[in-house]
Ligand binder design. Structure first.
Ligand code: MG
Ligand code: MG
Length: 254
């Protein structure tokens, strides 16, 4: 990955908004069919169809890794934090499921994720999801011209750890644009007042990943799926966000 942070002009941001909106449409469709009894592969099929119907390409499919990523979504259940591969696995009441999706359209990428409960879930699971969603909002609020990246990272960390949860050290947010992963890396932990200064036109995928037990993770034998080492619950929210001259602009919502 180049160390350079690509600043986008207005026309490029507009294209990213279109890709982001299609990505959001796919995620909404997926969300609408999540219930006990559905397979994670069925979710994947819906996302694939919606993205294609809008002229987009699933960014994740074929993404380089231990082997090319085989699906449109990553679907990560309970202890699975990120990069779970869709399969015949059936979701059941009480599970929490994290869905991550990328759409490439007209040369630009939108990248976004959410976690949701399947049927009735425990109070603890609900709290974990809420705190993770809130931590993304805290990070987004710092995405202002003149702030530093460390302000964003530390806002996320403070909210998560203030609720007794943990952020992973090895998995981060990232710049996004023509490529899904551009500079800079955006850890979910950091020190205020440090790191690159945010400039108008920077586009970043902020993605707090939160673990209920400890910050430690491991990768399953499929070489993609990342789980909490202690098998505790995990959650994940992500938006692609642009720094503007004014309010932060979320590119991956409807
Ligand atoms: Mg993502
Ligand atoms: Mg991402």
């Amino acid at each position: 990955m180049s160390r350079r942070i690509y600043v986008k002009d207005q026309a490029e941001i507009a294209k990213m908004r279109v890709a982001g909106r299609v990505n959001a449409t796919a995620l909404e469709e997926v969300k609408s069919i999540i219930r006990p009894g559905v397979t994670t592969a069925a979710l994947d099929e819906v996302a694939y169809t919606v993205i294609g119907d809008h002229g987009g390409k699933p960014t994740f499919k074929g993404y380089p890794g231990p082997y090319p990523y085989p699906a449109t979504l990553t679907v990560s259940v309970n202890r699975e934090m990120v990069h779970g591969i869709p399969s015949g696995r059936v979701l059941k009441a009480g599970d929490i499921v994290s869905i991550d999706c990328g759409t490439t359209l007209d040369g630009f990428v939108g990248d976004s994720a959410f976690t949701i409960g399947v049927g009735e879930i425990s109070k603890e699971a609900e709290r974990l999801i809420r705190v993770t969603r809130e931590s993304l909002a805290k990070g987004i609020a710092q995405m202002r011209q003149g702030h530093r990246l460390g302000d964003v990272s530390s806002a996320i960390q403070k909210h998560v750890e203030g609720h007794g949860y943990h952020v992973p050290r090895k998995y981060t947010g990232h710049g996004v644009g023509r490529e899904m992963h551009e500079a800079p890396q955006v850890p979910n932990f950091g020190t205020p007042g440090t790191g690159p200064r945010l400039k108008k036109g920077m586009t970043i995928a902020l993605e707090p990943m939160v673990l209920a037990g400890t910050p430690r993770t491991r990768v399953l034998a499929d070489q993609w799926t990342v789980v909490s080492r202690d098998n505790s619950l995990t959650a994940h929210f992500e938006h692609t966000v642009a720094v503007t001259g004014d309010e932060p602009l979320i590119l991956t919502r409807l």
